[in-house]
Design a protein around this ligand. Structure first.
Ligand code: GDP
Ligand code: MN
Ligand code: MN
Length: 239
């Protein structure tokens, strides 16, 4: 397996065709896995917002005063949320497309100016579009850097994917002693996303695209977004 950092992408603007920009920098083959930072996907989709375009309601103002945040920013997070899981000491929400993240994944770094950048509205659909745009029988994973519960430090996760199964199902396979695995489903899109995130960097590197070649992966199935009814932690979070 090889990993390639795609170099040479410019600062992405609304309307940029990332698929063709990438194609001019990298010769994609069938079976490749392209990992692309949600930041640049969101930029190309015009997900910039001006903080001044938000008019915080009472809930946003109350949350903001508790956690010492700009009420306009809190309103932006609420607008992107399907459910608030924690409103202090930070805002942890479920996005409409199923990902749970602090501040709904809204970024203020690598954006430029006073603007904020929302996550793509539907990163799975974004991944499908990129895949179709490149026109290869390949996988696309849209990544974001996130904190993890119970662990310090941030890591890359998949927020959208196409052409690849989210999960590899090990159930029914035997371990080295012949014991049949009963539960294990491996979150391969997150594992790949975290490796890619390691190569992208977090600051001014300018390398939001990473390609893995020679990786064997299942093509369809599952999601890393846990259905609410299966989540035993969520009911214990009060907000
Ligand atoms: P996130 O993990 O999706 O929130 O994105 P980051 O802000 O951590 O950026 C990931 C990588 O993409 C870093 O190497 C950034 O320098 C790079 N990056 C962010 N925006 C741009 C852009 O507009 N153009 C290019 N070429 N790189 C970018
Ligand atoms: Mn981010
Ligand atoms: Mn990042």
């Amino acid at each position: 397996m090889q990993g390639y950092i795609v170099r040479g992408l410019p600062i992405i603007k609304e309307g940029d065709d990332i698929a063709s920009q990438l194609q001019s920098l990298f010769d994609f083959q069938d079976g490749d896995v392209l990992c692309i930072a949600s930041t640049v996907v969101a930029k190309s989709e015009g997900r910039f917002r001006d903080l001044d375009s938000y008019f915080p309601g009472p809930r946003a103002r109350e949350i903001a005063s508790n956690i010492d945040k700009d009420p306009r920013f809190v309103q932006a997070v609420l607008d992107e949320s399907a459910q608030v899981l924690l409103d202090h000491p930070f805002l942890l929400v479920a996005t409409r497309f199923g990902h749970i993240g602090v501040n709904a994944g809204i970024d203020q770094s690598n954006v430029g100016g006073e603007r904020i950048l929302l996550l793509p509205e539907d990163p799975g659909a974004s991944a499908e579009r990129l895949r179709a745009g490149i026109g290869r029988e390949m996988a696309v994973i849209v990544t974001d850097t996130c904190g993890r519960p119970f662990r310090t430090g941030v890591a890359g996760v998949a927020v959208g994917w196409a052409g690849i199964a989210a999960l590899r199902d090990w159930r029914g396979k035997c371990d080295m002693h012949g014991k049949v695995l009963e539960i294990t489903q491996e979150a391969i899109v997150d594992e790949i996303a975290s490796a890619a995130n390691l190569l992208m960097g977090e600051a001014g590197d300018g390398t939001p695209a990473v390609v893995f070649r020679g990786l064997k992966y299942p093509r369809t199935g599952g999601s890393v977004f846990m259905p609410e009814e299966m989540d035993v932690i969520r009911p214990h979070l009060g907000s």
